[in-house]
Design a protein around this ligand. Structure first.
Ligand code: F6R
Length: 239
């Protein structure tokens, strides 16, 4: 595990974008696993900037996103489909048929999850997976649990996640209570993993995930078992 402690969010975003850009340069037809949330916005801004300057080409890239709220359609401004188009897909030269997000509007949980696993399989697996980390240690929407879930599944969001995400909705009652998420098994199958964590509120959970025991009650702790993980944080976690 490689841990980069950087001075601020701007540097974190630039370093993360460099790793993603390097992946695209080395393998133009790579598969990127992507995340939503506030953490990657600066990273996506950098990628957009470099693409506009002609330094980066997304024309052969394929993406699979980690998760999507159950019950929100593409047009909903808090759906992850909407987020990804707003912050990245509509601003770079990626093919619109090369981007994949779980189908949050499919009410049939089993069908939606199976279909998404088929998509991930059909694109040949993930070369580089970008992750954020939740205040409770979740990755994707893999919430603290008593086991690690392998494949795409439907989760009941925890109070902590609903509260954390309510800042983006008009009221807490509007926050969906369920989501479809890529499983831990799929995340761990990615060839490389890049986790970004900024802000004081991520410091303690990040320390526990990296230096504590590997447990499904802190889903991100599983990353200790992956052979190629880079963590970039603007917090001092090594003291
Ligand atoms: C989002 C996702 C989540 C977020 C996490 C951190 O696709 O997978 O695990 O990465 O909730 O969110 P932010 O970045 O908003 O703190």
């Amino acid at each position: 595990m490689r841990i980069l402690e950087v001075k601020d969010y701007e540097t974190l975003s630039e370093e993360a974008a460099k790793i993603i850009a390097a992946q695209i340069t080395l393998k133009p037809n790579c598969v990127l696993g992507l995340a939503t949330g506030t953490s990657p916005i600066g990273t996506y801004d950098k990628l957009v900037e470099w693409c506009a300057e002609g330094k980066l080409d997304f024309s052969e890239v394929t993406t699979v996103n980690l998760d999507e709220y159950k019950g929100l359609d593409h047009e909903h401004n808090q759906s992850y489909w909407y987020f990804m188009h707003k912050y990245l897909f509509d601003r770079v030269n990626i093919r619109k048929d090369a981007v994949h997000v779980p189908d949050g509007f499919n009410p049939n949980e089993e069908e939606a999850c199976k279909a998404y696993d088929e998509v991930i399989k059909s694109v040949g697996g993930i070369d580089l997976q970008l992750l954020g980390i939740g205040p409770d240690g979740h990755i994707g929407f893999n919430e603290p649990d008593d086991c690690f879930h392998l494949n795409t599944h439907c989760v009941d969001l925890t109070e902590s996640t609903i509260t954390a995400n309510s800042r983006l909705f008009n009221s807490i009652d509007e926050v969906p209570t369920k989501a479809y998420t890529m499983g831990i098994g799929t995340i761990m199958s990615a060839k490389r993993i890049l986790l970004i964590a900024n802000g004081e509120n991520k410091k303690e959970i990040l320390k526990q995930a990296i230096y504590g025991k590997v447990t499904p009650s802190i889903p991100a702790s599983i990353l200790q078992m992956h052979a190629d993980v880079t963590i970039i944080t603007d917090q001092k976690i090594s003291d």
